[in-house]
Structure formats: structure tokens, C-alpha cells
Design a protein around this ligand. Sequence first.
Ligand code: PMP
Length: 330
Amino acid sequence: MRYVESVIDLVGDTPLVKLNSVTAGLRATVLAKVEYFNPGGSVKDRIAVRMIEAAERTGQLKPGGTIVEPTSGNTGVGLAMVAQRKGYKCVFVCPDKVSQDKINVLRAYGADVVVCPTAVAPEHPDSYYNVSDRLVRELPGAWKPDQYSNPNNPLSHYHSTGPEIWAQTEGRLTAFVAGVGTGGTISGTGRYLKEVSDGRVAVIGADPEGSVYSGGTGRPYLIEGVGEDFWPACYDPDGTDEVLAVSDKDAFQMTRRLAREEGLLVGGSCGMAVVAALRYAERLTEQDVVVVLLPDSGRGYLSKIFNDDWMADYGFLTPPGHEDTVLDVL
Ligand code: PMP
């Protein structure tokens, strides 16, 4: 019989898929690391497993304990899935810009979800950071993984995502591109790839316009899960060679193209990362292999990015007759 002991054993070992259409005109090979193949549907399953198992070892998380975390959804799903198998309760605190679809998924796994306003400063008592701190103090047996400062977040990528990409490309990749949220993905994966290649692999961040990583002030943007208005401990600014800023419009238009042209139904931060990867790849040659990490699936964004009315309301749709067509590419 071929089976795994539990769903947790399915985390990681995601495939690389070559991008064939959106790369028209580029000489480099661009490969997407498609993280929606994780059982919780995103890259965040990786950090959930490692953060929880480390907290069990140190005794911070005891049998029957409660996991409390401010999360934009994907980390919550990963934590909820692992917690379900291991018998922990979960309470998640989300900003109100997170799609209802994502919140419903968390509740489906049996988690409690508290929704907080986005339009308040991080130090405000109602900010999602402060609400989660209060819950940790008040709930008995509560533990907060804190994906922004937990070293097991970047470490999970150092030990899984990085080695997978190196092995899958047989050491031939020359650049790694990923969006920056907590910074765990780019810092952990990037550190591994730099070490194993003696610094040969370029590590390129992708960031929403307005976010601090690409020099912004922290002004709002619509891409979910990436960008920040502060510098988290998990992000190592010295580990990236460059951070490219991408607009909401460019990110969302690319997200839609990935579904229609590549058959990859992925989220908005994936479109953002691909825009950055393609811009970077314009400077590269046939010898280059770029790996771009796509964190999650498009299923959580059907009422936003994949909804024409929502896109039109923000002015993100290209007027009819001006779309990129096959003819333009030819
Ligand atoms: N994209 C999405 C959709 C995410 O949820 C996250 C995690 N916040 C990221 C990208 C960024 O990953 P990281 O936190 O590892 O920088």
C-alpha cells in the first residue's frame, strides 16, 4: 500500500514548472516553484510544521495548547492543518483587507478568527499585532509562533525550499526570485542557495510599490501577503542582491495571465513575483535559469483579482482592444 502517515508528510517537495508564454522574448529559462501543491495550499505549510515541532521540543507548546497568530491567511491555514493533526486549538487574528474566502478556509479547519481594522497604526490597541498579544496573555496554554521573528520560519526554507530548488535544477539556477512578506522565504532559501553556490545565485526580492523593502513609506497596496510597513526580524536585508517594486496593476494583470496562458491559477503575490522575475530576466542570457517562487493558489482571490468588476473598479483592467494578445507576442 502506498500512503503517508498523515497530511503533514505531504508538506514540501513541490514541483518546478517552466513558464512558456509570459516569458516570450526572454532568453533565460524561468521556472516556477509552485507552492500551491502543499496540502494546505501554500508555501506557509513549511513554516507551520517547523515552528510547531520546534515549540513542542522546547515545551512552549504543550498538549491541548492554543496557537494564537496574526496572519493574513496562509500561515493560518498551515498552522490550522498541522494543529488539527496534533490536537491543538487555533485562534487567528486577521486584518480586514484579507478576503472572506481565506477567513472561511481557516474556520473550515476548526480555527477561531478575529478580524481587525487595517487602517490603524501597528501600535494601536486594535491593530492585529496588539490584539494577538492580548489574546496570548489572556488565553491559558497559549503560544504565539510569531512568524515575523521566529527563526524557524527562515530555517524551514533553509532546510527545505532551498535544498529542493538546488536539487531540482541540478545546481544550474543563477537567480532566485521571491516576494517578501515576513522575509522568511527569501532569507532562508536565499541563504541556502548563496552558501551552496558560493554566492553565484542572485537573490532578488519582489515587493509591492509602497512597502518598505523597496524603499516605500508603508503606504497601502492591495497585493496580499507581501510587503510591510516595518522591518521584521525574519528578513535579512543583506541576503538579497536587489528588491524590485511592482504595482498592484502589474501584479494582478500578470496573475490573470498566469491562469490564462500558463494554466497556473495562482495568487496576487505570485503575479507580483513573476513580474519581478521577468524584469530581472531581461538582463540575462540563454545560460541563465531563474527560479521564481509562487506562494499560493488563485482560489482565494476569485472574487477579487479574477473578478472583472473588482479589477475595473480599481482601474486595473486594460480597455478592450488593448490586451496583450497572441498576435502581439508573435
Ligand atoms: N505571498 C503570500 C500570499 C503570503 O501569504 C506570504 C506570506 N506572508 C508571502 C507571499 C511572503 O512570504 P514570506 O512571509 O516568507 O516573506
